[in-house]
Design a protein around this ligand. Structure first.
Ligand SMILES: Nc1nc2c(c(=O)[nH]1)N[C@H]1C(S)=C(S)[C@@H](COP(=O)(O)OP(=O)(O)OC[C@H]3O[C@@H](n4cnc5c(=O)[nH]c(N)nc54)[C@H](O)[C@@H]3O)O[C@H]1N2
Ligand SMILES: Nc1nc2c(c(=O)[nH]1)N[C@H]1C(S)=C(S)[C@@H](COP(=O)(O)OP(=O)(O)OC[C@H]3O[C@@H](n4cnc5c(=O)[nH]c(N)nc54)[C@H](O)[C@@H]3O)O[C@H]1N2
Ligand code: SF4
Ligand SMILES: [Mo]
Length: 717
């Protein structure tokens, strides 16, 4: 055997860092950052090294598994596909198409074959009961993009490398490495803003790692950001700081916004948010006076009760200060494949039909995950009786996980396409494990559309897949065809994903066909495994708006309704607290729960690697010392945390990072559930934050889960 060096993207998070992986036969000798990757410049984080553990993990499934009398048995692929197809077709024949549901989890967007081939399963099933992690995460971004720019994926990203002022709400890129903003090496890029004389400000109920680095950190009461953002707009109008720049002739409805925000004074916002009214005025002034500025908000503001208002207001702030589609502001990347422009498929739609039980709207053919448990547990026509999960672990990642646990247990039939037996997949009758990430080729279809520089890269597999193993896309191809055949219909397989990417490249904006001197093709990308830099973001929006009339209409009905609801709330709330639509008794729940991420953890599924979990525990509940004192709780003690839907016992850690009245628990822990035997993961003490989050607490316009700002009580043990 001889050593080989492979260049390869890390697929674990949205930063898509370039890696240099040295192998000797089947062994990985080293994983380092690829200094020749023009985008990530050698940056990596500890998770990249754990790719080796993932690759070698004996607990990772490599063959299809069938549950027989409560025991897992390995079965051949042909049998697995055939039996799953037969049972699925029979279920739909007897109970209707909607009796089968699908949940697609986060790793799907990190694995391009799942994006290109997911439609094989969707087409075969033709069910309305599609769910995905999008509604635990980013639906408000897509709604704002759809309403303002006419396409759900036309999401402007901060031009972080050129901005003079960045206002960050509810994001912690130093831990998450950036999201809806693909930005490897984010710490240096944020520091560079400061080095060139700019500023960045973080608004967060916790003094996060990013807040620590910022020029200014402002505490805010969880769930109240809509008031702050609307008050900033109010100040901008009041001060005549409106400047649409080159979008002047394209923006409609400025007066509607002016009227809508008229009541949202800094004083009202101050009462609701806990942020001083002078600070709000100053932030608005600084933003409008900066040479260039960009407002950016992420999980903390999208997964809250008024997440859609927040994401809309963030875009509107960028627009009315002339910072949309401008260097140093927010821009829409020009991607080599699937560039979002008029004619690009899947522009999106909202509310064409609704869920059976709670009447939540579909968005682009998917229902919110918050409705999944009740759609399984409520009898009647259209009830979900069988489920496919595709790279997801909703028992730990979706609100009211205990209820989902019960719901999954009650299913008549469940199939998981996943590489582990975990809290969710343990309920399956079949687990179909794809190849490991280093055993297939890679293209970051989703993230080049969100990257802070235009860039592209294709990577070959590092290892040949084991004989007989199937990639995710091959499983999807085969399942889709087999189910369709069982229904007596015909379907043809899709070509491999790399073929589709090659076609995309040769139709795209950097193709020979488009007259671009890069003349991109798959072969060209293969010859440049470090990636190809396609330049800084450039203003293109005036030629690319996807709205029917080619204009940006600032106000639309869905936001009018949300603003009216918010106004009602501010009138009725005497305490200046946001309870949103959290139904039921929450009076005694006097604290707010928010989430947290750590660079060594990745959602619910990377806790089986010693390298990432060793050292001091990182899953404790953080609480302000004053809140602990008031409850006679000692640092390091066990506490009971209660919400409307559940309770957990966990360890508390005193931290003045927290705003008083707020506690923080990272999600994705809680691996000690019955039935799970996953190596070292099951020995980890952390409990699931989503045993506390509430499936009835969501952003009303989209049904996106409100995972932050959940009312809870903490009791000493
Ligand atoms: N309280 C709270 N809850 C949250 C969040 C929060 O901030 N707070 N964040 C939310 C967000 S943003 C998200 S995106 C969700 C994520 O939650 P999920 O969508 O449930 O995703 P993961 O927890 O990442 O689970 C990934 C699953 O995919 C499997 N997997 C990994 N790689 C592959 C692969 O290549 N192929 C296949 N077939 N399977 C694979 C893993 O084994 C694991 O079972 O969690 C959400 N939940
Ligand atoms: N290491 C690591 N990286 C990841 C992931 C991971 O699990 N681990 N997950 C990936 C995924 S799926 C995603 S979606 C991204 C998420 O990327 P980010 O959104 O950057 O990640 P979070 O750490 O959830 O940051 C949310 C911040 O919002 C704050 N916050 C909570 N509630 C509120 C509120 O009401 N208002 C305001 N203003 N702030 C609030 C929290 O304190 C936290 O600092 O990260 C991705 N990257
Ligand atoms: S930041 Fe870490 S996990 Fe994310 S892509 Fe880079 S190396 Fe991978
Ligand atoms: Mo996410």
């Amino acid at each position: 055997m001889s050593q080989q060096t492979h260049y390869r993207a890390c697929h674990l998070c949205e930063a898509i860092c370039g890696l240099e992986i040295v192998t000797d036969g089947p062994e990985i000798l080293s994983i380092k950052g690829d200094h020749n990757d023009p985008f990530s410049r050698g940056h990596i984080c500890p998770k990249a090294i754990a790719l080796r553990d993932l690759h070698q993990d004996p607990d990772r499934l490599r063959e299809p598994m069938k549950k027989v009398d409560g025991q897992w048995q390995k079965i051949p692929w042909e049998q697995a596909i055939e039996e799953v197809a037969q049972k699925t077709a029979a279920m739909q024949r007897d109970n209707g198409a909607n009796s089968v549901g699908v949940y697609a989890g986060n790793p799907n967007v990190h694995n391009y074959g799942n994006i290109t081939h997911g439609r094989m399963l969707r087409k075969a099933l033709r069910t309305k009961n599609n769910f995905s992690a999008t509604s635990l995460d980013q639906l408000p971004h897509h709604l704002a993009a759809l309403q303002l720019f006419g396409h759900q994926f036309m999401v402007p990203v901060p031009d972080i490398d050129h901005t003079d002022y960045m206002l960050i709400l509810g994001a912690n890129p130093l831990a998450s490495n950036g999201s809806m903003m693909t930005v490897p090496d984010v710490k240096k890029r944020l520091q560079a803003i400061q080095t060139r004389g700019g500023r960045f400000v973080v608004i967060d109920p916790r003094r996060s790692e990013t807040a620590e680095l910022a020029d200014e950190h402002v505490f805010i009461k969880p769930g109240s950001d809509a008031f702050l953002l609307l008050a900033m707009l109010n100040v901008l109008f009041d001060n005549d700081s409106i400047n649409l720049g080159h979008l002047e002739n394209l923006v409609v409805g400025l007066n509607d916004v002016k009227q809508a925000v008229a009541g949202y004074t800094p004083e009202l916002a101050s009462k609701m948010t806990g942020v001083d009214s002078d600070v709000i005025r100053r932030l608005a002034d600084e933003f409008s006076q900066a040479k260039s500025a960009v407002c950016y908000g992420r999980m903390g503001v999208s997964t809250q009760a008024f997440g859609s208002v927040c994401q809309w207001a963030i875009q509107v702030i960028n627009i009315v200060t002339g910072n949309l589609d401008r260097v140093g502001g927010a821009m829409v990347p020009t991607s080599a494949v699937g560039n979002v422009q008029p004619g690009e498929p899947a522009p999106g739609h909202l509310g064409r039909y609704h869920t059976r039980v709670s009447g939540l709207p579909e968005f682009s053919g998917e229902f919110p995950v918050s409705a999944l448990a009740e759609e399984i547990l409520t009898d009647g026509e259209g009830q979900i009786k069988a489920l496919f999960t595709l790279a997801g672990n909703p028992v730990l990642s979706a609100p009211n996980g205990r209820r989902l646990d019960k719901a999954f247990e009650s299913l008549e039939f469940m199939v998981a396409i996943d590489i582990y037996v975990n809290e969710t997949t343990q309920h399956a009758d079949y687990i179909l494990p794809p190849t490991g990430p280093l055993e297939h080729d890679h293209y970051d279809f989703s993230f080049f559309r969100l990257a802070i520089r235009n860039t592209t890269r294709f990577n070959e597999p590092v290892f040949e897949p084991p004989k007989g193993a199937l990639h995710d896309w091959e499983i999807l191809n085969q399942l889709g065809q087999a189910i369709t055949t069982c229904k007596g219909e015909k379907s043809s397989a899709l070509p491999p994903p790399h073929v589709l990417i090659d076609m995309g490249l040769q139709q795209g904006p950097y193709s020979a066909k488009a007259g671009h001197d890069q003349a991109l093709s798959l072969n060209k990308l293969k010859a440049n495994p470090h990636g190809i830099d396609l330049g800084a973001l450039v203003p293109t929006l005036t030629q690319r708006l996807c709205t029917d009339d080619g204009l940006i209409t600032l106000m639309s009905e869905v936001f009018e309704i949300e603003l009216a609801r918010l106004a009602e709330l501010s009138d009725s709330e005497s305490k200046g607290e946001i309870e949103g639509n959290c139904k039921g008794e929450t009076n005694s729940l006097d604290l707010k729960l928010i989430g947290r991420r750590h660079v060594r953890s990745n959602n619910s599924w990377m806790h089986n690697y010693h390298r990432l979990v060793k050292g001091k525990p990182r899953w404790q509940c953080l609480m302000h010392p004053d809140d602990m004192k008031a409850r006679a709780i000692n640092d390091g003690a066990n506490i009971v945390i209660k919400s409307r839907v559940g309770e957990i016992t966990t360890e508390v850690k005193a931290s003045d990072e927290m705003m008083p009245g707020v506690i923080s628990i990272p999600h994705g822990w809680g691996h000690q559930r019955q039935g799970i035997q996953l190596g070292i993961a099951s020995q980890q003490g952390g409990k699931s934050a989503n045993d506390l989050t509430d499936d009835q607490y969501y952003d009303q316009s989209t049904g996106n889960a409100a995972l932050n700002g959940v009312p809870v009580a903490v009791i000493a043990m």
